[in-house]
Design a protein around this ligand. Structure first.
Ligand code: FAD
Length: 396
């Protein structure tokens, strides 16, 4: 049977980064990607945190814009924060570039390769996949496996040790329009990332919506944490899109490309490593529940997987991987999930929180100094903010 040292499932930011960084360390790496072209079908607003390209050594050409501001809008008003410059891109460019760089480092990316199952034997982990072009089933044995197939991962079926009954309740149904105006939109559109938090007047459900500007289009979309029928989601997005149109591209003819996908907004999976198998990115639940962002977490989990495989060569990389990811993210992601649950229960709380953030330059100082990882002291401060906020919210 064919074999490799590291087998990766999925070539999104998690799988692609793991492949690139493992191959760079001389680890024999094969990636299975179900799509025929890496990144071509990903639906995402593709907003990247400040410093992302430098952190992952990615070329500036993939960046469309660097909006310096993020606006958070509630039903009452808009709060503007200078966090930037963030980047916007598209997933064709982001995933495609990471994939190409991984190939250059020596990883082998097999496209139209649909992962089916895995089992362990004496010599390693045997992965079965379908070659969807040839219409055949194939197997490959690996010492380590990194599962990074995103929100559609059915891990309960793949490996019982990753079972997580709360997973499906955390899934968010998303719909996004790529809006191509025939002329540039209002200049205000290009200087900020917009996030909107509101309760749908149609369904009473909590909605998180966004407008992220790109070179040639605006990514306008929304997500609802529930299984929502397509027609309801479309009506919701049409209504939101109209509000953006009135503000930012009124009177300019435009065309729309539709995109739908699942996002995950629950807690991270309790178990993400065991007997040579590691789970990363969104498949592990590494998404910030307050914003829906997960690209940075995905890429970092890929990096930690590559480091763990390199450090444990010949042994089981999964325990070191699980420890590394939990240390890097779990505190923050659990905190964000708790915060979002608290906010959505009573939407007036969004205003209470955003007002506090606006009035607290210290919070933004912390974000500026260390945007991606908080020290325990900083966490104490953030928890303090959250506690203060929840107390004042109770008085509203
Ligand atoms: C509408 C929307 C907007 C978003 N906007 C942002 C944003 O602006 N910023 C941000 O940081 N995050 C955003 N996110 C979240 C972000 O998309 C994810 O966190 C990120 O894509 C996770 O990367 P990943 O590598 O874990 O998984 P994915 O990017 O989902 O990649 C998984 C890969 O696995 C492949 N795959 C799946 N199943 C199989 C299989 N059986 N066999 C082989 N291959 C398989 C897929 O084709 C895909 O290429 C958004 C998500 C959505 C849905």
């Amino acid at each position: 049977m064919e074999s490799t040292e590291l087998l990766i499932v999925g070539c999104g930011p998690a799988g692609g980064t793991a492949a690139r960084e493992a191959a760079r360390r001389g680890i024999e790496t094969v990636v299975l990607e179900r799509d025929p072209v890496v990144g071509a079908k990903r639906v995402c607003a593709a907003g990247l945190r400040p410093g992302f390209c430098e952190e992952f050594d990615l070329p500036r050409e993939i960046v469309h814009l660097d909006p310096p501001t993020i606006t958070l809008t509630t039903v009452k008003r808009t709060y503007a924060f200078q966090l930037g410059p963030s980047h916007t891109t598209t997933r064709e460019e982001l995933d495609g570039t990471i994939g190409a760089l991984a190939t250059r480092e020596g990883a082998e990316i097999r496209t139209s390769a649909l992962f089916r199952s895995l089992r362990r034997d004496r010599d390693g982990i045997v992965v079965e996949y379908a070659d969807t072009v040839a219409g055949t089933r194939r197997t490959i044995r690996a010492r380590s496996v990194f599962l990074a197939q995103g929100s559609s991962a059915r891990l309960d079926e793949v490996d019982p040790r990753f079972r997580y009954p709360a997973w499906s309740a955390g899934l968010i149904t998303c719909l996004q329009y790529r809006v191509y105006p025939e002329r540039p939109a209002d200049p205000r559109a290009y200087g900020r990332l917009e996030l909107h938090y509101y309760v749908s007047p149609r369904s009473g459900r909590n909605v998180i919506a966004w407008m992220f500007p790109k070179r040639d289009h605006l990514a306008i979309g929304l997500g609802i944490q529930a299984k929502v029928p397509g027609a309801e989601l479309r009506a919701e997005l049409d209504a939101f899109n109209l509000t953006v149109e009135r503000r930012l591209f009124a009177g300019i003819p435009f065309t729309i490309r539709n995109e739908g996908n699942l996002l995950y907004g629950g807690l991270p999976r309790p178990t993400i490593g065991g007997d040579g198998v590691m789970v990363g990115g969104t498949a592990a639940g590494l998404v910030d529940a307050t914003t829906g962002e997960g690209i940075h977490e995905a890429a970092i989990s890929g990096r930690i997987a590559a480091e763990a495989v390199a450090a444990e060569r010949g042994g089981d990389a999964a325990p070191a991987y699980e420890r590394g990811v939990k240390q890097a993210f779990y505190g923050r992601l659990r905190h964000r999930h708790k915060l979002m649950t608290l906010l959505e229960r009573k939407p007036v709380r969004f205003d209470v929180l955003f007002r506090q953030l606006e009035e607290s330059p210290r919070f933004f100082e912390l974000l500026q100094r260390d945007r991606n990882a908080f020290t325990p002291l900083e966490w104490l401060y953030l928890y303090g903010q959250a506690a203060k906020f929840s107390l004042s919210a109770l008085r509203v």
